[in-house]
Design a binder for this molecule. Structure first.
Ligand code: HEC
Ligand code: HEC
Ligand code: HEC
Ligand code: HEC
Ligand code: HEC
Length: 217
């Protein structure tokens, strides 16, 4: 067998398959980029099992995002808190509130609160929270003003075009590291500190991926 054809010939069909696959991928990507309605998931605000208000807990109680989303700056996944985190306060604050019945039940049975997951990228696209929030990209850029929301609403498309728009030119979207969790803060550029943004680009050697394999691994 291997004497009839040169060894490299064995690779040919595979190369063709890959080549056609890549072409199809680029074609689909083009369609996705230019034709997907930009706002497909925008506005999604499912009813949650507990009427939890970010506005109340962030603005009035004064909690930092990381009190509950404690992994957001440490890992790719930003966790939603366990009932235990709520019970730190609600063991004594409004301990009999009917609005908190589901939380108390989860805490006692040691089961998760059945929160409805709102923001979700498909499995074939790679996303990592820590890499963004540790590089001056605030939650507000991708999630909108959650600190003012009574019910969390999907605000940005989080489509490939949305990701790439920033990856091509992140400078105008950077905040000082201390402002990342202050969703009312303004970008460095909006504060007339564009040169500082350029310094961060330089010092951090920021190069968000634009090639397919950067996000499709
Ligand atoms: C007291 C705890 C607590 C604090 C503080 C908190 N969150 Fe949340 N967050 C939750 C809980 C519980 C949920 C799930 C229920 C919901 O969607 O309201 C959630 C959901 C979210 C979601 C939607 C997750 C999904 O399903 O896609 C985002 C985005 C979010 N929070 C961002 C923030 C940001 C930004 C801050 C800081 C400004 C913050 N949170 C502060 C508890 C908290
Ligand atoms: C740092 C303390 C603290 C933590 C942690 C906390 N809360 Fe609260 N929560 C409060 C305070 C303070 C209020 C306002 C109580 C009042 O109106 O008297 C409140 C009010 C509420 C209410 C309205 C209750 C009612 O009857 O009006 C709900 C629902 C609620 N919290 C859910 C949660 C959930 C779910 C979590 C966990 C994800 C959580 N809270 C974590 C302090 C906290
Ligand atoms: C660069 C965009 C971007 C930034 C900045 C960002 N997020 Fe997200 N967030 C996403 C995407 C995309 C998803 C969906 C991730 C998935 O499917 O795994 C998501 C999902 C979430 C979820 C749902 C659980 C999860 O990990 O899937 C929570 C909670 C959340 N984000 C909180 C935050 C908080 C808090 C901040 C700021 C400290 C923040 N995010 C900053 C894009 C972002
Ligand atoms: C507002 C700006 C902004 C948005 C929006 C954004 N990114 Fe990024 N992204 C960055 C920056 C800045 C970096 C850090 C680059 C570096 O450190 O060189 C980054 C890095 C990355 C990386 C590289 C991670 C690694 O392992 O090196 C991936 C993957 C990525 N982003 C995926 C996404 C996806 C998927 C989305 C859309 C859901 C998205 N990003 C939206 C700014 C953004
Ligand atoms: C910055 C990150 C990023 C880069 C770079 C990127 N993509 Fe994507 N891509 C995404 C995300 C995120 C989605 C999912 C969007 C959604 O949920 O609607 C996606 C979706 C897709 C899809 C699926 C379309 C569909 O119908 O769902 C294809 C095909 C695709 N990308 C191909 C490519 C190709 C080819 C390249 C290189 C030219 C590329 N992508 C570069 C982030 C990226």
């Amino acid at each position: 067998m291997s004497k009839l054809f040169p060894k490299s010939a064995n690779k040919l069909p595979l190369q063709i398959v890959i080549y056609v696959g890549v072409l199809a991928g680029i074609a689909t990507a083009g369609v996705t980029y230019y034709m997907t309605p930009k706002y497909t998931r925008v506005g999604y605000a499912p009813v949650q099992p507990v009427p939890f208000s970010h506005a109340q807990h962030v603005q009035e109680v004064g909690l930092d995002c990381r009190y509950c989303h404690s992994n957001v700056d440490k890992s790719g996944h930003s966790n939603v808190p366990a009932a235990q985190t709520c019970m730190n306060c609600h063991g004594t604050i409004k301990p009999n509130s009917p609005a908190l019945a589901v939380v108390r039940e989860s805490f006692e049975k040691n089961t998760p609160v059945p929160w409805v997951w709102i923001h979700k990228t498909p499995d074939f696209a790679f996303f990592n929270h820590a890499i963004h929030v540790n590089r001056g990209i605030s939650c507000v850029e991708c999630h909108g003003p959650v600190n003012q929301m009574e019910t969390v609403t999907h605000m940005q498309p989080l489509s490939m075009a949305f990701c790439l728009d920033c990856h091509r030119d992140p400078a105008p979207r950077l905040r000082a590291p201390g402002d990342v969790y202050n969703l009312d803060s303004r970008t460095l550029a909006d504060q007339g500190r564009a040169d500082e943004a350029q310094n961060y680009i330089h010092d951090w050697k920021l190069m968000p991926p634009q090639s397919c394999s950067g996000c499709h691994r």
